[in-house]
Write a new protein. Structure first.
Ligand code: IDP
Ligand code: MG
Length: 151
C-alpha cells in the first residue's frame, strides 16, 4: 500500500469542547506520522473553498459560518493507507450512525457538530493540504521507531 498524506481538521466544536488531545492521541497511537499542525480561525474564503463541493447544498451557509466561528486545528498526517484509515477512525458523517470506537461515534451526536474533518480520497487530500498549508509548513522527518512501523 502507498504512503499517503491526508488532511484532518478538528472543527470549532472539538476545540471548544477540549477534545484536541483526545483526537490527536487516536492518530498518534495508531502509528501515523504527524507532518503538520496549526491552529487558526479560517477565513470565509478558505472555508468556502474547502467546502466548495457542497456549495449548492442547503447546509452550506451554516457550515461555512460554523467552521469560521472559532479555532480549527488543521493537520496533515502521513502513512500507508492513511486516507481511508483516517476516515474509518473518524466514523460516519452522521454521529448517531457512527460506530462506537470511532471519533464521531464516541464523541458526537449532531451532524452539524461532528468534531472533525478528514479528506475523502487522494485528490481531495492533495487539494486540501495545498489549500490549508504552504509547503514549508509540511515537515519531512523520520520517527526514531520508523523501522518498527514499516517492517
Ligand atoms: P464528511 O465530513 O463525513 O466528509 P460531507 O458529506 O463531506 O461529510 O459533509 C461535510 C460536512 O458538512 C459534514 O461533516 C457535516 O458537518 C456537514 N453536513 C453534511 N450533511 C449535512 C446535513 O445534512 N446537515 C447539516 N450539516 C451537514
Ligand atoms: Mg467530506
Amino acid at each position: 500500500m502507498d504512503v499517503e498524506r491526508t488532511f484532518l481538521a478538528i472543527k470549532p466544536d472539538g476545540v471548544q469542547r477540549g477534545l484536541v488531545g483526545e483526537i490527536l492521541a487516536r492518530f498518534e497511537r495508531k502509528g501515523f506520522k504527524l507532518v503538520a499542525l496549526k491552529q487558526l480561525i479560517p477565513s470565509k474564503e478558505l472555508a468556502e473553498q474547502h467546502y466548495g463541493v457542497h456549495k449548492e447544498r442547503p447546509f452550506f451557509e451554516g457550515l461555512v459560518h460554523f467552521i469560521t466561528s472559532g479555532p480549527v486545528v488543521a493537520m496533515v498526517w502521513e502513512g500507508e493507507g492513511v486516507i481511508a484509515s483516517a476516515r474509518k477512525i473518524i466514523g460516519s458523517t452522521k454521529p448517531l450512525e457512527a460506530d462506537p470506537g470511532t471519533i464521531r461515534g464516541d464523541l458526537a451526536i449532531n451532524i452539524g457538530r461532528n468534531v472533525i474533518h478528514g479528506s475523502d480520497g487522494p485528490e481531495t487530500a492533495a487539494f486540501e493540504i495545498g489549500l490549508w498549508f504552504s509547503s514549508s509548513e509540511l515537515i519531512d522527518w523520520r520517527p526514531s521507531d520508523y523501522a518498527w512501523r514499516v517492517e
